[in-house]
Ligand binder design. Structure first.
Ligand code: NAD
Length: 426
């Protein structure tokens, strides 16, 4: 089987919608590839005295609507095509929720599990030294992503400010609260996913309190999606996560409903649940794909890309009526075709998980004013933006009788294409 390439998938999705919109050749050629890419090495003196050279990336897909915006991912399997795809999706994500930012993404091929804090700090500082002149509050604003957190952002901010010789709190988002971070950022992506699920269920006349859901991943996105889902009265029956020791994933099932706090207490900072402790607590520990085979109403893939694919989609039960993509690019075009055929309602990734970047935008706004909002204020503003964006996409999907992913793309791509046109680029 050909190796999954997320960038090819992002281009395939773009081409389809470019056809639907009848985009001219110039605009297509501009938007189907990134505007700028930086590939660089990061030499790090390791704790054992040796030097290891890491590979880093920053990709700026499009900045017609504002400075590029997007996370930096630390992952052993990172590739430039993953970063390109994620940067492209960031462009559409900022456009679909209507915030004045473009799309970017960065990464380093590394596994933080095997790196000390000092080594990680050196990677962060080295990354910034290589791109300091090409990023910044008015050019491109990084943020955390898989396996990077507030501490990494602060090391990066500190290096940037040292190079520039001044304070630039708007250089990076996802900073710890009290150090320029926004209240509500930790919850934002997961809660945003749930705001869109809440609206989707309402539109379909389904009472959320009567539903069950299964989640892939137990990291930032998944944990906060589950938190709000349970507050709304839904029942989460399964979560899956990666097990570093066994180098594979497991699913943790409790049909009576998982206890979020109990699972948090037995998981590490990377969102891996201790399977022995989970067994003792009465969870069934099943294989990696069991999360997708659960007899539930809602599936929430919130781990990595390429998880709902030709191989796994056959396991989806007839009861599943809603899929909310917490992760970026979790569904391949083959699985999309199945969703269309079986009338499964999909809330596409760049709409469902846009809460994170929306709150990052709030963080920038607050940093620029040097005045910080309460958590309620942040979450209310977030709910308003997510709810409005969901309904704009939903209304267009109904009006034009198109799939939700296509409708979201139509709105996002039209906005970006219009910005390029108005600037005289195409
Ligand atoms: P995270 O690092 O906090 O958590 C990732 C979770 O996925 C962990 O529980 C890990 O064990 C699990 N996981 C990893 N590989 C797995 C596998 N093969 N099978 C099952 N589980 C696996 O990451 P996160 O911030 O929650 O991000 C998850 C996804 O959401 C990513 O696709 C990310 O790009 C996307 N996303 C995150 C944000 C954000 O604000 N954090 C915003 C938008 C999109």
């Amino acid at each position: 089987m050909e190796k999954f390439n997320p960038f090819k998938m992002a281009q395939q999705q773009f081409d389809q919608v470019a056809d639907l919109l009848g985009l001219d050749t110039g605009t297509r050629d501009l938007l189907r590839v990134p505007m700028r890419e930086y590939h660089f090495t990061i030499p790090v003196r390791m704790d054992d005295g040796g030097t290891k050279v890491f590979q880093g990336f920053r990709v700026q897909h499009n900045d017609a609507r504002g400075p590029a915006k997007g996370g930096i991912r630390f992952h052993p399997n990172e590739t430039v095509d993953t970063v390109r795809a994620l940067a492209t999706w960031m462009t559409w994500k900022c456009a679909v929720v209507g915030i004045p930012l473009g799309g970017g993404k960065g990464g380093v091929i590394c596994d933080p599990h095997n790196l000390s804090d000092r080594e990680q700090e050196q990677i962060c500082r080295g990354w910034v030294r290589q791109v300091a002149r090409n990023v910044g509050p008015l050019q491109d604003v990084p943020a955390p992503d898989v396996m990077t957190h507030g501490q990494h952002m602060l090391w990066m901010l500190d290096e940037y400010e040292k190079i520039m010789g001044a304070k630039f709190p708007g250089f990076i988002t996802g900073k710890p609260v009290g150090m320029g971070g926004s209240l509500g950022r930790t919850e934002a992506t997961g809660y945003g996913v749930m705001y869109t699920i809440r609206e989707a269920l309402k539109e379909h006349g389904v009472d959320l309190r009567s539903t069950t859901a299964s989640f892939q991943g137990f990291g930032n996105v998944s944990q906060y999606a589950i938190e709000l889902y349970q507050q709304y009265g839904g029942k989460a029956v399964a979560v899956s996560c990666w097990d570093q020791k066994d180098s594979k994933s497991y699913t943790f099932i409790r049909t009576a409903g998982v206890d979020l706090e109990e699972l948090r207490a037995i998981s590490d900072k990377y969102g891996s649940i201790d399977k022995d402790k989970a067994k003792k607590a009465g969870y069934e520990v099943a294989d990696a794909n069991a999360w997708i085979a659960q007899d539930v109403d809602i599936l929430v893939p919130a781990a990595l890309e390429n998880q709902v694919n030709a191989e796994t989609m056959g396991k989806i039960t007839k009861r599943v009526k809603f899929v909310a993509e917490g992760a970026n690019g979790p569904t391949t075009p083959e699985a999309d075709a199945l969703f269309k055929k079986n009338n499964i309602f999909v809330i596409p990734d760049f709409l469902a998980n846009a809460g994170g970047v929306t709150c990052s935008y709030f963080e920038q706004v607050q940093c620029n004013m040097n005045y910080f909002w309460t958590k309620d204020e942040v979450l209310n503003k977030l709910d308003n933006i997510m709810t409005e964006a969901f309904h704009a996409v939903y209304d267009l999907a109904r009006e034009r009788k198109v799939y939700m992913r296509d409708a979201a793309y139509m709105i996002a791509i039209s906005r970006v294409a219009e910005a390029c046109r108005m600037r005289g680029w195409v």
